[in-house]
Design a protein around this ligand. Structure first.
Ligand code: SAM
Length: 394
């Protein structure tokens, strides 16, 4: 009866000693804990050396423990002998699937899904950045009781995944990839979908010491998000009721503002620049500020008499100025389509990352001034907020 368990545990031991371990999952839980569902196991680097990180996924909360390799082997053997009836081990040499039934067990060995061992710094495996079957997605209304994404939440689910994927890639390509602790602030966090997903990704998928704070002006949303975070034991995740303009933030590695209304995006960018965040990511929402100011130059007067084109132009000029201002303060910028337009029209994302070789400031200043003059723009909020900082840099 224990022969296949022994073989499985031997393969785990061997994969750890040979450096071929990728990841492992224990499932089909039959133990006494009413909430525990599965355990996901991955390799992490700690100050004490390499460890296995056990993430105990429950329906109402997640908990995690690190074990040395020797301890892990004993823990896994114990869990398979008692509570878990299925286990999946991925190594770069084989995939092993163990199923334990009442009458015996079966061990299936297949070709490897993954050819590269787990990376310690971060996970570059091709898999979802967000685990679908986690309790907070259910409490936030994204998934149903069976852990499936609700039909009406499909667009949001796509957005959550895309966003975490983009952020993960941006971190990987920045000096933040070397850090084991990250401080993230999400301005205008709303119902908290993205805030929870970022926290879960950084903490539970990357195994980082992540601290994530959502800033939101609506008290009922703050209260609900804090309740869910507390019920899940998400110690490094909190939500604060405040307007973006009124919150003081410091030591921020990553500042996010997705679909914060109108000039709230400017307030958020200003806070990120002031805090010298390594990464600033915004997906602007409505663009009200510049439209009434735009006086089309003669060559565009017949074109911009159309409201729709004037609106698009206001969006274009606003986000161009935001991008240039980020560059002015030492960021490299990228503008991308966040999610396909059929899922949401608000799909432009501006990503700023600290640029070790920033562009010449005089050139950027001139571009900002010329763009404003071309459309007769008098006032842009981010520019106004940064005026003193800009003057100090001159
Ligand atoms: C459209 S929701 C987006 C929520 C979330 N970021 C997302 O993308 O799923 C915008 C949220 O920003 C909040 N918000 C807008 N302006 C704000 C401000 N100036 N200060 C704080 N919160 C703000 C709103 O209350 C709302 O909950």
């Amino acid at each position: 009866m224990t022969e296949n368990i022994d073989k499985f545990v031997d393969s785990l031991r061997e994969s750890l000693s040979r450096g071929t371990f990728v990841k492992m999952t224990l499932g089909n839980y039959k133990g006494a804990d009413q909430h525990l569902q599965k355990i996901q196991v991955r390799l992490i680097a700690t100050k004490k050396g390499r460890r296995l990180y056990f993430l105990y996924r429950g329906d109402t909360r997640d908990t995690a423990k690190n074990y040395s390799f020797d301890q892990s082997i004993d823990v896994v053997r114990g869990l398979l002998a008692s509570d878990f009836c299925a286990a999946h081990l991925f190594t770069t040499e084989n995939d092993l699937q163990l199923d334990i039934g009442k009458r015996g067990s079966r061990l299936n060995v297949a070709k490897p899904t993954f050819r590269n061992p787990a990376s310690l710094a971060h996970d570059r495996e091709k898999h979802r950045c967000v685990d679908e079957n986690v309790f907070y997605l259910r409490l936030l209304g994204i998934t149903n009781d069976e852990g499936r994404v609700r039909d009406r939440a499909q667009d949001k689910w796509r957005q959550i995944n895309k966003f975490v994927e983009i952020l993960a890639k941006t971190i990987d390509q920045s000096p933040l990839a070397q850090k084991s602790a990250l401080n993230v602030v999400d301005m205008g966090s709303g119902k908290g979908y993205l805030t929870f997903a970022i926290y879960d990704h950084l903490r539970n998928i990357r195994g980082l010491d992540a601290s994530v704070t959502g800033i939101e002006q609506r008290p009922e949303l703050v209260e609900k998000c804090n309740e869910i975070a507390a019920s899940g034991g998400f110690a490094g995740l909190k939500f604060i009721r405040s307007t973006i303009a009124d919150i003081d933030v410091e030591n921020v590695d990553i500042l996010i503002a997705l679909h914060a209304c109108d000039t709230a995006t400017d307030d958020a960018m200003y806070k990120g620049i002031q805090a010298n965040a390594s990464i600033v990511v915004v997906a602007p929402c409505c663009h009200q500020e510049l439209r009434p100011q735009i006086k089309p130059p003669k060559m565009l007067q017949d074109v911009l008499k159309h409201g729709l084109l004037l609106e698009r132009t206001a969006e274009f000029v606003t986000d161009s100025l935001r991008s240039l201002l980020l560059e002015r303060f030492g960021y490299a910028t990228k503008l991308i389509d966040f999610v396909p337009t059929e899922h949401t029209p608000k799909n432009l994302m501006l990503i700023g990352t600290r640029n070790p070789a920033p562009r010449r400031t005089a050139e950027i200043e001139r571009e900002i001034d010329e763009l404003k003059a071309f459309y007769s723009i008098d006032h842009q909020r981010l520019e106004a907020l940064l005026e003193n900082d800009r003057a100090a840099l001159r």
